[in-house]
Ligand binder design. Structure first.
Ligand code: ATP
Length: 302
């Protein structure tokens, strides 16, 4: 078996509408998932001689890796008995930042396993992805999606016209579960009727490939919860607006803040203007499924 490689693009949420809790304890939501050209890189190799089983190497991430679960889930669902594999991950996506880094890696790992095993059963891969987490199905074949349900029901949207994204990472993570719990405490969830009308409005606004929806639809309902847990985010949002962003919002459950610009140069200029911050802000473009960025120059630039 020779080494196989896959890129795992980060995602941003272009708005997120929060709905009520479902019976399975997850929240309903509607969000536009947009992959961006900031990619982890995964390599699948035969496991080392004497190794007792599959193994993931992921410097910078402590504890059980979602990729371990992806490999175990794939073997169980498919019955694949191929030789033990080692997956090495080079992280570029900030961890616990609301950019779905773990989910992106799990999606890329499933693509690698599909290639090495010759098992290309899309339904099986999707079922394994769903078991791994609500953000993983959208990372199986990354592209622009309107996600509903708890994030696992995907409707492909036309790819976007190019635009620029300023990404302002934080020096600490926020737990997704904590942010949803805080949203409940603050009573931020909307009704199912509001969720459905927002979904229809977003599909209409993005049907012709607009870069992003109008301001009134580009709202992240989780933002007040993230700001409540990390009040300095309010200041960061102001800084991003002052740097010229057409819209500034918390990305997913945060704490990363994003600013949207008409083009990459605008986002680059803003990254320079905010370069005194640590960790340093950077600029990215959307990631397009037909154009694979080179793994060594995946497009993140200040
Ligand atoms: P979520 O998908 O829950 O919104 P996130 O996008 O904010 O999460 P991730 O970078 O996926 O953030 O990390 C969430 C947690 O998942 C981390 O605390 C980390 O310990 C764990 N994790 C497991 N596997 C990975 C991985 N391959 N990359 C990053 N984090 C991972």
């Amino acid at each position: 078996m020779s080494a196989l490689r896959e890129l795992a693009p980060a995602k941003i949420n272009l708005g997120l509408t929060l709905g009520p809790l479902r019976e399975d304890g997850r929240h309903r939501l509607v969000t536009v998932m947009q992959p961006v050209a900031l990619c982890d890189s995964l390599e699948l190799l035969p496991a080392e001689l004497g190794s007792s089983g599959d193994r993931t190497i992921c410097p910078g991430v402590e504890g059980e890796n979602l990729v371990d679960k992806a490999v175990a889930g794939f073997r169980e669902a498919s019955g694949w008995r191929g030789a033990a594999v080692q997956i090495e991950i080079e992280k570029k996506i900030p961890v616990a930042a609301g950019m779905a880094g773990g989910s992106a890696d799990a999606g890329a790992a499933l693509r690698l396993l599909s290639r090495v095993s010759g098992i290309a059963d899309e339904e099986l891969l999707m079922a394994v992805a769903r078991e791994l987490g609500a953000d993983v199905p959208g990372q199986l074949q990354p592209r622009r999606y309107l996600a509903s349900g708890a994030g696992e029901e995907l409707r492909a949207l036309p790819e976007a016209a190019p635009f620029g994204v300023l990404v302002v990472p934080s020096d600490h993570g926020l737990s997704t579960a904590d942010v949803f719990n805080e949203a409940d405490r603050l009573g931020l969830a909307r009704s199912i009727a509001e969720l459905e009308s927002r979904q229809a409005e977003l599909v209409g606004a993005l049907a012709a490939g607009a870069a992003f929806a109008p301001r009134e639809l580009l709202i992240n309902d989780l933002e007040p919860a993230a700001v409540s847990l990390a009040p300095e985010l309010a200041w960061t949002l102001d800084e991003v607006r002052s740097a010229g962003a057409e819209q500034a919002l918390v990305c997913g459950s945060g704490p990363t803040v994003i600013g949207l610009f008409g083009d990459l140069d605008g986002a680059r200029g803003a990254a320079l203007a905010l370069s005194g911050r640590a960790p340093a802000p950077f600029a990215v473009e959307p990631w397009y499924p037909t154009v694979m960025p080179d793994a060594n120059t995946e497009g993140a630039s200040a």
